[in-house]
Design a protein around this ligand. Structure first.
Ligand code: PBG
Ligand code: ZN
Length: 323
């Protein structure tokens, strides 16, 4: 008897029947940059197709997402005021708190995930407090927790800490609970690597560090075992979701996390991954749609349950136009 694996590839119908992974719009999250001010729809030069919006201009993109069956957004804020301690991050009427309540009031069944980190709000651009050129860990935790609680008060459905300070998941969980938000889940950026793939995001969010780099808190790209330890720790501290970031260069970590841990694994298909595809597609070197679907499928195959991606709206349009 000969093995003939081609039997199950004979036509599109049977291929669909045996297909192991699919892209489901309910599992895609679209990141949105919200700038303080009015009448802003500012293209981000390094991320073709992505914009900063002021709250009064959010309706356009939110309607478009909603009508295309994207039901989840991840919000980042661009405040007018930055200072040493990132005070706009935990201002109850800050840009991101206001954006959360605007979206929840107008799109109640949209899942609003709020990124928690100080780097968009500090004048030095680091994710934690700085003293003598060092990024402080324990002193940063209360500020992150304040930000998280203010976002929960504003109505955020999920809190997503991306700062990589040690112990923040447990600290934030406790503060959320003490303030009555026992039902608000935490999506932990657990294995977040110090990656060159974030640079377009830093243009988009004006969050590049003014000195040094993020290597004392984000992970070394060489370390896979340590990534598992970070994830384990966040689960012990109470994370409801764990994330691996970036996605494509770290699919081994996604795979291992999904095999070891019984909670949803999220991967963040970051700005640089998006921009490389857009740039090559813009030059006509690759077929954008096929490349994007192949990339996203590779993340599903590695075991990602949820994918955060700037391609989400394009993908939704492609999928919806096939129906
Ligand atoms: C900030 C943050 C970053 C991203 C998400 N949250 C950048 C960074 O750590 O410098 C990157 C997202 C992307 O590149 O798409 N903590
Ligand atoms: Zn940060």
């Amino acid at each position: 008897m000969k093995v003939r694996l081609r039997r199950l590839r004979a036509n599109g119908t049977i291929r669909a029947m045996v297909q192991e992974n699919r892209i489901d719009l309910s599992e895609l999250v679209y990141p949105v940059f919200v700038a303080e001010g009015e009448n802003i729809k500012q293209p981000i030069e390094t991320m073709p197709g992505i914009y900063q919006y002021s709250i009064d201009m959010l309706k356009e993109i939110m309607d478009e997402l909603y009508n295309n069956q994207i039901r989840s957004v991840l919000l980042f804020g661009i405040p007018k005021h930055k200072d040493e301690v990132g005070s706009s991050a935990y201002d109850q009427h800050g840009v991101i708190q206001n954006a959360v309540s605007y979206i929840k009031n107008n799109y109640p069944d949209m899942i609003v995930i709020a990124d928690v980190c100080l780097c968009e709000y500090t004048d030095h651009g680091h994710c934690g407090l700085v003293k003598n050129g060092k990024i402080l860990n324990d002193q940063t935790l209360p500020l992150l927790a304040r930000m998280a609680v203010s976002l929960a008060v504003a109505g955020a459905d999920i809190i997503a800490p991306s700062d990589m300070m040690d112990g923040r998941i447990g600290y934030i969980r406790e503060q959320l609970d003490q303030n009555g938000f026992t039902d608000v889940p935490i999506m932990a950026y657990s294995a977040k690597f110090a990656s060159a793939y974030y640079s377009p995001f830093r243009d988009a969010a004006h969050s590049a560090p003014a000195f040094g780099d993020r290597k004392t808190y984000q992970m070394d790209p060489a370390n896979g075992r340590e990534a598992i330890r970070e994830i384990e720790e966040d689960i012990l501290e109470g994370a409801d979701f764990v994330m691996v970031k970036p996605a494509l260069a770290y699919l081994d970590v996604v795979k291992e996390a999904s095999m070891r841990f019984n909670l949803p694994v999220v991967t963040y298909n970051v700005s640089g991954e998006y921009s490389m595809v857009k740039a090559a597609a813009g030059l006509g070197y690759i077929d954008e749609k096929r490349i994007v679907m192949e990339n996203l499928l590779s993340m599903k195959r590695a075991g990602a349950k949820i994918i955060i991606t700037y391609h989400a709206l394009d993908v939704a349009r492609w999928i919806n136009s096939e129906k």
